[in-house]
Design a protein around this ligand. Structure first.
Ligand code: IMP
Length: 175
């Protein structure tokens, strides 16, 4: 159990279960990208631990890069517009795997993927550690999913509450 500010979080997914599932995902990627030399695009900050543990289990040649997603309100009618920051490599003609911590509404990743697709990759798949199916608002083809979870706020293993709590080996849920 962890208390951060006014909120209490209780264990949801153990460190062992996370590591075992990541090994399975990595094996799947090793097989499916055996001869593809993919570029792994990690969405910071939340995916940093997932990406690190995933990468340690990848045995194929691959490159890894990191992006951030900024959001700003362009106009009242268009709502939140996300912009990709930090992508210095050309992704044209590349096999891309986008690594994300969690897909909640899916709105962030949908915009990120649309913008990446405009740059002409050969292929683009998504690897997310967590997925809340009942919160999804945009259809997304999630090729690699670690765990499907209920629509509750989670914390740890990269995910934060108000900037805190990223540094746990397990995932916790708001009590
Ligand atoms: P989406 O656009 O609603 O899919 O949300 C994307 C981002 O919101 C994720 O990359 C997380 O940074 C954050 N997020 C969504 N759900 C949670 C949660 O339960 N805990 C912590 N962060 C979350």
């Amino acid at each position: 159990m962890i208390t951060i500010k006014d909120k209490t979080f209780v264990p949801l997914i153990s460190a062992e279960a996370i590591q075992a599932r990541i090994q399975e995902l990595a094996e799947q990627i090793n097989q499916e990208y055996a001869d593809k030399h993919p570029l792994i695009v990690v969405v910071l900050n939340g995916a940093f631990l997932f990406a690190a543990d995933l990468a340690k289990n990848l045995t194929i040649p691959c490159e890894i890069t990191f992006i951030r997603v900024s959001s700003y309100r362009a106009t009242e009618s268009s709502g939140q517009v996300k912009q990709i920051l930090g992508l210095n490599e050309s992704i044209e003609g590349r096999d891309i795997i986008v690594v994300e911590d969690i897909v909640d509404t899916g709105l962030t990743l949908a915009q990120v993927c649309d913008q990446l697709q405009e740059k002409g990759p050969k292929s683009l798949t998504i690897a997310t550690l967590l997925f809340k199916p009942s919160a999804l608002q945009k259809p997304l083809d999630l090729h690699y999913v670690g765990f499907e979870i209920e629509n509750r706020f989670v914390l740890g293993y990269g995910l934060d509450y108000d900037g805190l709590g990223r540094n746990t080996p397990n995932i916790l849920v708001l009590e």
